[in-house]
Design a protein around this ligand. Structure first.
Ligand SMILES: [Zn+2]
Length: 386
């Protein structure tokens, strides 16, 4: 039997009340989870950052040793800055069957369901261990989970399957795209805009690069489509730009950020090399003829691998059985699933709530979604006894 949804709602209210926006410490929330697990006789291990300001948490219920099923989620949330909320984002508010709050959907609703299952799991004689793996800094490029993944099979047991509970309305997601992000600094030379021949215009050269990126974006659309995804191709977007200081100065600096979201099987190395080559030949070389100190620097700032579930692992059939479904889906947003899988733990994405509600003002999760998730976890508990 799954625990009553009341327990999950109460836990969700506690979790939402911790402001775990990615740039803040998640330690108060981690301490709360440690205490809660401790009250139920479950020990947990932190994987902290070097300064101790943040930590992942790993715990095992059932027999020790390798294998087992990990229930994974991130504790951080996106900022509420600039968003207009009808309620306090850090006070869980129930209205018409929905629970409103920052992270209610992405993804503290799942964490609450997992924690609500702990008393039930403790009463079972589990043959297969159930692990809890909570991370941080997912929303800033899936960076926080990586040190924990690095410990799997070393100081932490390597799970046989990881269920990543990102919001999918409890559908089984076996593939997602993988973002790759760059930061580009164009350095020119300032001059009076009446004497542009004495300067090097950083914005103009950035514009040449943007033109090349637009050509690449169009070419990516022409590659072999993968109809499971919408859109069915690798996308490219310039997402941020900043340059120039005054209307009468040739700008000495321009910065912009861009990304691609790769289909599974697309590593992006050719795109990276093409942009660097273009920058060298068409920007840096001519810029330096006027100003030797000028040029373009390109930094790859983040990459999360695309995800395609391992067809031989058994993770997908198990997820389908527990979700009582017979079809899998592919999504365009990234999750930690590909990092777990690349770390040796086959993964599937399946969690309560709709991704459309994530990151928005008035984010919510339907209580019915939490009930579906608890039923899934209840079936997992039964399966793990067998
Ligand atoms: Zn998320």
């Amino acid at each position: 039997m799954a625990p009553p949804v009341t327990a999950a709602k109460e836990l969700l209210a506690r979790l939402v009340a911790f402001d775990t926006t990615s740039h803040k410490s998640n330690i108060p929330l981690i301490r709360f989870v440690e205490d809660y697990l401790g009250q139920h006789g479950v020990e947990s291990v932190r994987v902290p950052t070097a300064d101790g300001e943040k930590a992942s948490l790993f715990a095992t219920i059932g027999p020790a040793g390798a294998g087992g099923i990990a229930l994974s989620g991130h504790t951080d949330v996106v900022p509420v800055t600039g968003q207009s909320w009808d309620t306090d984002p850090f006070t869980l508010t129930e209205r018409d069957g929905m629970l409103y709050g920052r992270g209610a959907c992405d993804m503290k609703g799942y964490l609450a369901c997992v924690l609500a299952m702990v008393p039930e799991l403790k009463t079972r004689k589990l043959a297969t261990p159930i692990h809890i793996a909570f991370s941080y800094d997912e929303e800033v490029g899936c960076t926080g989970v990586r040190p924990m993944v690095a410990e799997l099979g070393k100081t932490l047991p390597l799970p046989r399957v990881v269920f990543v509970g990102e919001p999918t309305t409890m559908a089984v997601v076996d593939a997602h795209k993988g973002p790759m992000r760059w930061s580009v600094n164009v350095t020119g030379r300032a001059s009076h805009s009446a004497l542009p021949h004495l300067g090097v215009n950083a914005v103009t050269y950035a514009g040449l690069l943007l033109g090349e990126l637009t050509r690449i974006e169009e070419e990516l659309k022409e590659r072999e489509p993968d109809p499971r995804f919408d859109p069915p191709y690798t996308t490219l977007q310039v997402t941020q730009i900043d340059g120039g200081n005054a209307s009468n100065i040739v700008p000495a600096a321009c910065w912009f950020g861009w990304e691609i979201r790769r289909l599974p099987g697309f590593d992006g190395v050719d795109v990276d090399q093409r942009v660097r080559r273009f920058a060298q030949e068409r920007c840096t070389a001519p810029m330096q003829r006027t100003a030797p100190e000028s040029g373009v620097s390109i930094d790859l700032t983040n990459a999360v691998p695309p995800f395609q579930a391992d067809a031989t692992s058994g993770a997908v059939p198990l997820a389908l059985k527990l979700a009582e479904q017979n079809a899998t889906f592919a999504v365009c947003y990234a999750t930690e699933a590909s990092l777990f899988q690349d770390g040796g733990a086959p993964s599937v994405v399946c969690g309560p709530g709709e991704i459309a509600q994530a990151h928005t003002p008035n984010e919510f999760v339907a209580i019915a979604e939490l009930e579906k998730c608890l039923a899934f976890l209840g079936r997992l508990a039964e399966w793990a006894e067998g």
